[in-house]
Design a binder for this molecule. Structure first.
Ligand code: SIN
Length: 541
């Protein structure tokens, strides 16, 4: 499949230019925290819609960290690696866990109010954790609370500017292939700005919208991964897509997450006959790793020929549920479900990509000057399946490490003229309206063939469909929604390609034609890039 370097052609002489010291793409926890910690330097944060439109805002369950006397670093490391199914990169896991508690304390010092019982932090338990170590805020509004505290912090730092409605369209590289900045589209003005910076951090989140059924906000279209890939960055572990087991089943409506913490508080899963089925699949029952629970639900849905199973937390009283899960309680009530009396219909939805732009443990990509953190990055920390509530922690820990790199590395500011010369190209013009149909078709193909259960035949069918749709990559379109779809096609292609290459089942990647983990694949990661679309296999164990 032909993947273009740039999606548009530009009249570089008409570009507005902004020179900054640090440029961050994304206003979720990873981006805001990196900016807040990078010291006093002219910093721009680009976000394609409003600051609060990120996956952070939607995080219900919480953030995992070893802060209780009954817990230990070794246990958190073990739980992370066990969930990761033999694919976690140990140095990254050790960094995550060892530095995690310090970062969470900083978040508290910045004003994040986690829930407490009397004066002590209130820890809850989630799937595959051997101890209660999940902090939450305002019950199930953890992400909102963290975002509130971080935005208020960043707003007090007058060297940081937040550019809302600014879509990062291209990573711009110089004659030597190093990163020089970002070409962005300003939706308010309807024009392009070339942001030139010696340090560019991609913290643009995940790509849930490559599937028709996802827990992610609409902005999660994989732009950060795709623009890096087009610029020559290596991407890793793309086959590992985590499906969250429990999103509210309401066909035709936006997906709504029912936090894993609900199962942490004792909710059980039941099939059509009302039978509790998880103990038949795993000794940890409803608190088994997410990939196990998602596959069990999928299998029950198939057996029952239904699109959902039930979540039952009727053993808890209304007062507890209203206080512990106010958002979920309210949402269910609006739809006519009373959590203390009714079973709730739920089904899995695409939730998180374990892979992304390949980085080292300091957030560096293979392109000098380009960094990535949060869901945008592939550090190997999550292996084949992310442990619940490790994602906010990842954003903090690796964002902080990038901030430190920015302080100690000495990169010269790029020369604007040389940057401009790189981005003039001519391409035919396409019709933006067609790309909505293309997006819908791609999402359905991905959901059918490249979701919870995969096999070679289906993956080949998907690849063929994506390659047909990729004809649209040859044209230039005028709106961000069209560029998002082009980026999503690149993501879909790479997920499918990696899923075909990995002939085994491991964590979230399940192949019905290779249903067991294959020892020769343990510790091996698939790296994809423009220069090697067939994939490289590397050993990080
Ligand atoms: C949840 O609350 O279940 C989602 C949190 C996560 O993805 O770790």
């Amino acid at each position: 499949m032909e993947i273009p370097r740039f999606l548009l052609h530009f009249d570089v002489d008409r570009l507005q230019v902004e020179e900054v010291d640090l440029l961050i793409v994304g206003s979720g926890l990873a981006g805001l925290y990196t900016a807040a910690k990078a010291g006093e330097r002219k910093t721009a944060i680009l976000t394609k819609e409003k600051t609060e439109d990120s996956s952070t805002e939607f995080a219900q369950g919480g953030i995992a960290a070893v802060l209780s006397d009954e817990d230990s670093l070794d246990l958190h490391i073990k739980d992370t690696k066990d969930a990761g199914a033999g694919l976690c990169y140990s140095p990254a896991v050790e960094v995550l866990v060892n530095e995690g508690a310090g970062r969470v304390r900083e978040l508290i010092a910045m004003g994040t109010a986690f829930d407490r019982i009397e004066n002590n932090l209130d820890f809850t338990q989630e799937g595959a954790h051997s101890r209660p170590r999940i902090l939450h805020a305002r019950g199930d509004a953890t992400g909102e609370e963290i975002r509130r505290a971080l935005v208020s912090q960043v707003q007090h730092l007058d060297w940081i500017d937040l550019y809302e409605n600014t879509y990062a369209l291209e990573v711009v590289t110089g004659p030597e292939g190093d990163c020089q900045g970002i070409l962005a589209f300003d939706r308010n003005r309807g024009g392009f700005t070339l942001f030139v910076a010696p340090y560019v951090v991609l913290a643009a989140g995940g790509c849930g919208h490559v599937y028709s059924n996802t827990s992610n906000p609409e902005v999660a279209t994989g732009d950060g991964i795709a623009i890096a890939y087009r610029a020559g960055a290596e991407i890793m572990d793309m086959e590992f897509i985590q499906f969250h087991p429990t999103t509210l089943y309401q066909p035709g409506e936006e997906t709504f997450l029912i936090s894993e913490a609900v199962r942490g508080e004792g909710a059980v899963l039941r099939n059509k006959k009302g039978k509790r089925f998880m103990p038949d699949y795993h000794q940890q029952g409803e608190l088994a790793p997410r990939d196990v629970v998602a596959r069990a639900i999928f299998s029950e849905m198939q057996a029952d020929n239904r699109e959902y199973v039930f979540l039952d937390i009727t053993h808890k009283g209304g007062e507890f549920l209203g206080k512990r899960f106010p958002k979920i309680y309210r949402k269910c009530q609006e739809l006519g479900y009373d959590l203390q009396k009714d079973y709730i219909p739920v089904r899995p939805a695409a939730h998180f990509i374990m892979g992304g732009v390949k980085t080292d443990i300091d957030g560096r990509t293979n392109i000098p000057g380009l960094y990535a953190c949060g869901e945008n990055a592939g550090t190997g920390v999550h292996g084949a399946n992310r442990l619940a509530s490790n994602s906010l922690l990842e954003g903090l820990v690796f964002g902080r490490r990038i901030a430190r790199q920015v302080e100690i590395e000495e990169r010269r500011p790029p020369r604007v003229k040389a940057v401009k010369e790189q981005i003039a190209r001519r391409r035919p013009i396409g019709d933006d309206r067609e790309l909505w149909r293309v997006r819908g078709h791609m999402q359905r193909v991905m959901m059918k063939e490249v979701a919870i259960v995969r096999n070679e035949e289906g993956l080949r069918r998907a690849l063929q469909e994506i390659e047909n749709l990729a004809n649209h990559l040859r044209f230039s379109y005028t709106r961000p929604e069209a560029w998002e779809t082009q980026n999503l096609l690149i993501i879909a292609y790479n997920i499918t390609q990696a899923a075909l290459i990995r002939e085994e089942s491991r964590g979230s990647h399940f192949r019905s034609d290779f249903p067991q983990p294959e020892p020769t694949w343990e510790g091996k990661h698939i790296i994809l890039g423009r220069a090697f679309k067939e994939g490289k296999k590397i050993d990080l164990s």
